[in-house]
Design a binder for this molecule. Structure first.
Ligand code: ZN
Ligand code: ZN
Length: 363
């Protein structure tokens, strides 16, 4: 199989012919149809995150067709269409049992490996690591069976790929994590792939106003097309003042979809009393932020994290698929450009330069 491999941080990805072992106990082999180009992979590639083992096949947002199932796999068979989840769920721990499978405590023994501590990929006899359990920048991938979520066969798989990370995380942050009620005001800081999906999550629940904040006008235009009622270019206007002007008393919800400390502070400061800030973006390793804790008490403000849109993947992936098929969830509009696997570096460049709502690698 062929894959785009990161050998060293800050260096271009290289397309390599990779040896791939058959799926083992509780694993499946998936032939990839498409993979979204996620900001998290850009962070991994540019060295912002120091924990990434190399060489590694990146990619955490993909969909495809099951080609082979390993021993012990139930509920999946060759030919099934699946969306891949970067968060495996054991189905048995405290969090899985209480409807919060995104917090499943069963983790791989070391980063970049599968559950038995080894990889299925190798190059010239040396192991190649799996990013996010799913390694979607590859024509084929062996993944834990609990990461492959079956979906209806008439859902276009290239669109389904985006549900695997950006759609689920952004829409889920609004629907699941914050549970924004109709008519609540919300602001979204950073309208890349995840932020745009927060915006459309807000539109789905009839939040109002829905305010997009970014420093690039192109991205603010995308935000309007996905349901933002107001946009603020933070390089020109102070977003905290602008949000208070628009809402009157501050935002009921602020979503932070960018990993920048200053933005976290702005999201906190723009909140109305009883407002909630939801942190989705991942800052560089070791980042810290300070804010006035007095407002936690006096204004009953809430600051909380959001992993994977608090998704219960087995239920939420098919839910997103149904919303798309019913024309209620926009995915086509998110795909600004398609790339071949060989163009992964160009996809990263375009993503870093803010040219993309979402880029899609198609196989
Ligand atoms: Zn991602
Ligand atoms: Zn679990």
């Amino acid at each position: 199989m062929i894959a785009s491999v990161l050998h060293e941080p800050g260096k271009p990805l290289e397309v390599e012919d990779i040896d791939l072992q058959a799926p083992q106990e509780d694993e499946v082999l998936v032939q990839m149809t498409a993979s979204g180009v996620c900001h998290s992979c850009l962070h991994a590639a540019d060295g912002s995150w120091t924990w990434v083992p190399m060489p590694i096949v990146l990619g955490d947002e993909g969909a495809g067709v099951v080609e082979e199932v390993g021993p012990g796999v139930r509920g999946l068979k060759p030919g099934d269409h699946v969306i891949l989840s970067w968060a495996p769920a054991c189905g048995q721990c405290h969090y899985c049992s209480t409807g919060r499978s995104q917090l499943c405590i069963r983790t791989v023994p070391k980063r970049g490996a599968l559950f038995d501590g080894t990889t299925r990929m190798s190059l010239n006899g040396k192991p190649v690591h799996h990013y996010g359990n799913v390694a979607t920048y590859a024509s084929h991938s062996v993944v834990p069976a609990s990461c492959a979520i079956p979906i209806r066969a008439d859902m276009p798989l290239d669109k389904a790929a985006l549900i695997g990370c950006s759609v689920m995380t952004g829409v889920g942050a609004v629907l699941n994590t914050a549970q924004v009620p109709p008519g609540a005001s919300m602001a979204v800081f950073g309208v890349g792939g995840i932020g745009l999906n927060c915006i459309q999550g807000g539109a789905l629940v009839a939040a109002n106003p829905i305010i997009a904040v970014d420093v690039l006008d192109d991205k603010l235009d995308y935000a309007r097309s996905l349901g933002a009622t107001h946009t603020i270019n933070a390089s020109k206007d102070d977003p905290v003042e602008a949000i208070k002007d628009i809402t009157g008393r501050g935002a009921d919800y602020a979503f932070i979809a960018v990993g920048v400390a200053k933005t976290i502070t702005q999201a906190w400061d723009c909140l109305a009393p009883a407002g909630t800030a939801v942190m989705i973006g991942l800052p560089p390793t070791g980042s810290t932020v300070t804010f006035d804790t007095g407002q936690l008490q006096s204004d009953e403000k809430v600051f909380r994290g959001c992993k994977y849109g608090s998704a219960r993947i087995r239920d939420d992936f098919p839910r997103m698929v149904e919303l798309y098929m019913a024309d209620k969830l926009k995915i086509d509009e998110l795909i600004s450009r398609r790339f071949a696997l060989e163009e992964a570096n160009e996809a990263f460049r375009a993503l870093a330069d803010g040219e993309l709502a979402r880029g899609l690698i198609v196989f």
